[in-house]
Design a protein around this ligand. Structure first.
Ligand code: NIG
Ligand code: FE
Length: 421
């Protein structure tokens, strides 16, 4: 990068994690190859990284340039801005009333089958005005940013009519335009079968394919299309139809796959070369193999399995061993994962998925960035990439998942500007 001046130099970084050195999503051992630089620095100009590495090298690189501002990191840990690649950010209401049912042992899918769960959030979202949804989504995004997330994916899927889906997507667009964090939008009209289509899911699938997808495309409101492929929700065949149509219209494809039952969702993700497949608790080795062949990123959501009190976890170790790139996300939503905290997910990723702190940070930065089609602009601190970084009140990477349940973030820099301090 050729620049006239440096806008911001972050120096005296005790532990700098740049995630440099591997083009593309990281799989297998590359997920652990994270260098921890002592005495690091990051130079920023025009919202982009000029140099990131050992302080001496960075200072050499910018010799002679005017430095407008310097920030002393006081020996602390710095990573790229965290990326949350799977959230249901925009929705109305909340579902704390389901907690009692859950404690009585009523399952997530049973609550949904009784017209609760996702469907109760659909009612609340339809009732809410665009302004209410906007304010609520912004509040959650504020928290995500405070906890270190600088880019967040956001799905629709609580409208389930053309107008209500467009309403959610418009809200996401407005939040993106007015909030320091960036949002990436996904259309998820196939999140549940709406009540008035009960027993006629095929008709609803047709509505998604023939009316919703083309209109969302026409208005440019989403980059990706996602489907909840699950027992009692959408079948593999219905998911294939929706995602194939979406792909033909130019959407990237995502799929909530094999969360509760092994349905063949992971296999479908591989077949369709989806950008990502999510959840995957019940996915088979064959499914993982097809995902690997199809270049699909696994997005694991350990806060969801924790909150649903599922006795099993996504087999992240197996996927890493098999060469499937793994990303991690909150799955923030009012039902199965009411948390905005990627730092909680770090702890659950370590303790429940048995990922190392290095694998966890890879999963929340570069791999998460690739899972939402942003691997070339964010996810690592490299010259030319967006200057999104987090300074933590922590001495090293392992400290983040280790000391859990609190917020370690000290400062967040987004596109070169300090947005949390
Ligand atoms: O990813 N699994 C489907 N969708 C969300 C939950 C949505 C909800 O319960 O409101 C998920 O877990
Ligand atoms: Fe989800």
């Amino acid at each position: 990068m050729n620049v006239q001046q440096v806008d911001l130099l972050v120096y005296n970084i005790g532990n700098l994690v740049t995630m440099q050195g591997h083009p593309g999503p990281r799989a297998g051992e590359a997920m652990s190859e994270v260098s921890h630089l002592e005495n690091g620095a990051v130079a920023i100009a025009d919202g982009k990284i000029v140099a990131a590495g050992p302080e001496k090298e960075v200072r050499d690189r910018i010799t002679g340039l005017y430095v407008a501002e310097e920030l002393d990191a006081q020996g602390r840990l710095v990573t790229p801005g965290l990326v949350d690649p799977h959230t249901h950010l925009v929705h109305g209401g909340s579902r704390e009333h389901e907690l009692a049912l859950k404690l009585q042992g009523v399952s997530y899918l049973d609550i949904l089958a009784q017209g609760g769960g996702i469907l109760s959030t659909v009612r609340a979202t339809r009732r809410a005005t665009e302004e209410e949804l906007y304010r609520k989504a912004r509040r959650s995004l504020d928290i995500m940013l405070l906890y270190g997330a600088t880019t967040v994916e956001a799905k629709s899927g609580y409208g389930l009519t053309l107008e209500d889906e467009l309403k959610q997507l418009r809200v996401a667009k407005r939040v993106n335009e007015t909030h320091p964090a960036d949002l990436v939008s996904t259309f998820m009209g196939a999140h549940a079968v709406p009540e008035d289509y009960k027993g006629r899911s095929g008709d609803y699938v047709n509505l998604v394919i023939h009316e919703m997808l083309p209109e969302v495309k026409r208005q440019g409101l989403a980059e990706f299309c996602d489907v909840f492929c699950e027992h009692g929700v959408f079948t593999v065949e219905q998911s294939r139809r929706i995602l194939t149509a979406a792909k033909e219209m130019g959407f990237g494809c995502k799929i909530h796959a094999d969360e509760i039952e092994p349905m063949g969702g992971a296999e479908l993700a591989g077949e369709l070369e989806c950008i990502s497949a999510e959840h995957l608790l019940a996915a088979t080795d064959e499914g993982f193999e097809q995902m690997r062949q199809g270049g699909v990123i696994a997005v694991c959501l350990p806060a969801t399995s924790f909150n649903l009190r599922l006795q099993k976890h996504a087999r992240a170790r197996k996927m890493i061993e098999m060469g499937v790139p793994v990303a991690l996300s909150t799955d923030y939503n009012p039902g199965s994962s009411p948390t905005e905290s990627l730092q909680l997910v770090m702890t659950l990723g370590c303790l429940n998925l048995r990922m190392t702190p290095e694998e966890v940070i890879t999963a929340m930065t570069i791999n998460a960035a690739y899972a939402i089609g942003r691997g070339d602009v964010i996810g690592s601190l490299e010259p030319g990439k967006q200057a999104d970084l987090v300074i933590y009140n922590a001495p090293n990477l392992a400290y983040l998942p280790y000391h859990f349940g609190i917020n370690h973030v000290d400062t967040v820099i987004k596109k070169g500007k300090t947005v949390v301090s």
